[in-house]
Design a binder for this molecule. Structure first.
Ligand code: NAD
Ligand code: MG
Length: 388
């Protein structure tokens, strides 16, 4: 294969958990992919190391104070260096890549991803917050531009894989599996004393700090319900959650005839990452396989929304729509940030989100600008409650 046949990948958020695993996939498949753009917010050391190893065309360092250091470290290479928030959007609008892996965490991923869509680039979407904040606008633009949005989130990748060959068949519902996180079965009197170190220990997945806390509160599953609604064009009551602590079934689709398809495997994010990068092809690999001969039980139970109230709030946002998911997401980002800095306790996160959702004005059909404004208002309000 000559270099013209290789898919040129732009990894937005290359120093994170998803970003580094994506680079492992690219490294293992040098005949299929090149890393064309790499971006990081503050980890200049790792960004420099990645640039030296993968020789991308461009790197972006978010923190402008680190520009000089990155520039000097890469002076002897041909790598172009940019810095700052605006540079992410400028680089996303360039023509030198084929697919963006959207692996920035949080609301910060929205604007560069929109630029990539406007630029007609395929999206491999890890950044679920993009769809939580402005799913209608993002999916409509992707539709208009004929841009594929291929999920990287393991549950949505599972559903996407189950839907291959089913384009003409109606989905009755999707069933998102959830591990339940480290506090499954616990009650509020326990949760109130949970500390950040404990909440950062996830039983099945090793991930970035924000999504690990979201998994412990079950907010992650709530964000994923909203993500599923937009990705697969579903009505809120077609999205169901079931706790499956072993994380072997990654999610399921139920069709109109009652038939249910599931996608299974050992929990390893490299699998959905490589599936999204290579779609529609599958790539051979040597990752460990799930073995049915080993004693194992797959179990399922209802989520406890009375204890894990963040999931209840997310279901309310899913049902009500408009800017409510955007408001909820912003308040959650502030609350998680405060919890990670030991400013509030585990259960306070829920009250910050709930109060912000009650307070910021509801808009049924927001414009993109109104989503930006709602995000800002919700952040200010949530930060005020916490006195950040
Ligand atoms: P992470 O914290 O490990 O990495 C985040 C990346 O985004 C880093 O490269 C960081 O430099 C960059 N970043 C952070 N803040 C930024 C900002 N303000 N502007 C620009 N760049 C910024 O996060 P992660 O766990 O890799 O998750 C990334 C996204 O993928 C999240 O939306 C998460 O929900 C989703 N996701 C992650 C996993 C997983 O296994 N880690 C699984 C499913 C979905
Ligand atoms: Mg997931």
């Amino acid at each position: 294969m000559n270099s013209a046949d290789k898919k040129r990948i732009a990894i937005f958020g290359s120093t994170g958990s998803i970003g580094t695993q994506a680079l492992d996939v690219i490294e293992a498949n040098p005949d299929k992919f090149t890393a064309e753009i790499l971006t990081a917010q503050s980890n200049d050391d790792l960004l420099i190391e990645q640039a030296l190893a993968f020789s991308p065309n461009i790197v972006v360092i978010g923190d402008e104070k680190k520009y000089q250091r990155v520039k000097e470290a890469l002076a002897a290479t041909g790598v172009k260096v940019f810095a700052g928030e605006k540079a992410l959007e400028e680089v996303a609008s360039m023509d030198c890549y084929d697919m963006m892996l959207a692996a920035i965490v949080g609301y910060a991923g929205l604007k560069p991803t929109l630029k990539a869509i406007d630029n007609g680039k395929a999206i491999a979407l890890a950044n679920k917050e993009t769809l939580v904040v402005a799913g209608d606008i993002v999916m409509n633009r992707a539709f208009e531009k004929k841009v594929p949005v291929i999920p990287v989130d393991s549950e949505h990748s599972a559903i996407f894989q189950c839907l291959v060959g089913e384009t003409r068949n109606r989905i009755e519902k999707v069933i998102l599996t959830a591990s339940g996180g480290p506090f499954i079965g616990r009650k509020p009197n326990y949760l109130v004393n949970v500390k950040r170190e404990h909440a950062l220990q996830h039983p099945n997945w090793s991930m970035g700090a924000k999504i690990t806390i979201d998994s412990a509160t079950l907010m992650n599953k709530g964000l994923e319900m909203i993500e599923a609604k937009w990705l697969f064009n579903l009505h809120p009551d077609q999205v169901q959650v079931v706790i499956h602590p072993q994380s072997i079934i990654h999610s399921m689709v139920q069709f109109e005839d009652g038939s249910i398809k599931a996608q299974m495997g050992l929990p390893d994010m490299k699998l959905p990452i490589q599936y999204a990068l290579a779609f529609p092809k599958r790539i051979r690999n040597d990752f460990p396989r799930y073995d049915f001969k080993k004693v194992s039980t797959l179990s399922f139970e209802e989520p406890d929304v009375k204890t894990f109230r963040n999931l209840g709030l997310a279901i309310e946002a899913l049902n009500k729509g408009g800017n409510l998911p955007c408001i909820m997401n912003a308040a959650n980002e502030i609350a998680v940030f405060a919890f990670l800095r030991n400013r509030i306790n585990f259960l306070d996160m829920t009250s910050v989100i709930e109060r912000t959702m009650e307070r910021v004005p509801f808009i049924q059909h927001p414009t993109l600008e109104e989503y930006f404004d709602s995000d800002g208002e919700a952040r200010n309000f949530a930060a005020d409650i916490i006195k950040l």
